[in-house]
Write a protein that binds this ligand. Sequence first.
Ligand code: SDX
Length: 375
Amino acid sequence: MAQGPQPGDDYRPGLEGVVAVETAISFLDVEQESIVIRGYDLMELARSRSYPEVAYLILYGRLPGPREREDFDRRLAQHYGVSPAVRRVMEALPPTLHGMDALRTALSAMAADDAALADLSPEANLERAVALLGAIPTVVANSFRLKAGLGWREPDPALGYVANFLQLIRGRAADSLEIRAFDQLLTAYSEHEMPNSTFAARVIASTLSDMYGALVGAVASLKGPLHGGANEAVMRMLLEVGQPERMEPYLMERLARRERIMGFGHRVYMHRPDPRALLMKELLRELVAAKGQAELYTLCDIGEAVMRREKGLYPNLDYYAAPVYYLLDIPIELYTPIFFAARTAGLAAHVIEQQAHNRLFRPRVRYLGPRGLHA
Ligand code: SDX
């Protein structure tokens, strides 16, 4: 017999469809198939603005003017590296540690460098957000390099955010198509309303804990295969299948075993396309035309058709982002850490908004356990 708030209580498993937050940052307008970011459409932003400009919009609530853009780039570049203390922590981690766990640990260590940790003012949190945005690419790239036994690589403050991030990961300059592709991928991942990881960050921020703790909670959430971890799983699946003609039988076998296919489905989009997947599919087509590996595009296209026919499901961002990462020569273990790096803009904005108009999150339960027992 259930006890606790009941008569018509609005218990929804997984908070499905529950409005838990009021925000001016973003909204998924499923009917209009638009991801609204501070009043703009995310896909329009991805095609017309750079990731740093979109990050500025998410954090400050408006697009930067030319001078603000220059100043923002300069401030980001000032924070590209990490302190010797954080580097030592990262170098002490075992190579067996997953990239998301290394990122989570480095984020925790970065709090020790913040002399104003107790200052939760919007101004202090905005400065913190810019510093984290600048530093996290160095953490992400070097977590992989240390694990692979490669040397530590320092960022290049002469490069823009996107070029520096790619150079840190690959150790070589990127061409204009690669820069644009990576920039659009980062923008596609930058903010997406109230996913589990953003909600985790806001729940932690609502206790007036600090930005680092909120982001550490978000990293832990994003690592999960039902959430951010899906992009890595998609690429491993595509490599396992290998040939286009094997994709349909492979999927049919797994569906017959009632398995979940990573990269498909979404709690909000359900049986509608994820606008970000469409943008990534366009990018994949361009990258395949420039770099070859056309079978990768064919594989994905077949998979998309099979899942639509068999389950009425559409690809989400991760399904087409995975082969885009792959053609950019990015190691698979970095797909989810890069997702987090891009989402840092959105996460920081939500922490700031939560603490500016805070109400502690403390839901109730429907109790199913026993009563009246005596020790
Ligand atoms: C991200 O929230 C966000 O915005 C997240 C994100 C962001 O930008 O932050 O968009 C990023 O996390 C994208 C999602 C990445 N995850 C995956 O690709 C993992 C595979 N997807 C699923 O596990 C699933 O679709 C979820 C978790 C994404 C959503 O699941 P729901 O809303 O809980 O749906 P459900 O589990 O109730 O499934 C409904 C039906 C079920 O069928 P029945 O059992 O009722 O017959 O759809 C089926 C499910 O079995 N189904 C799938 C499926 N997803 C749902 N079947 C096969 N493969 C799948 N991927």
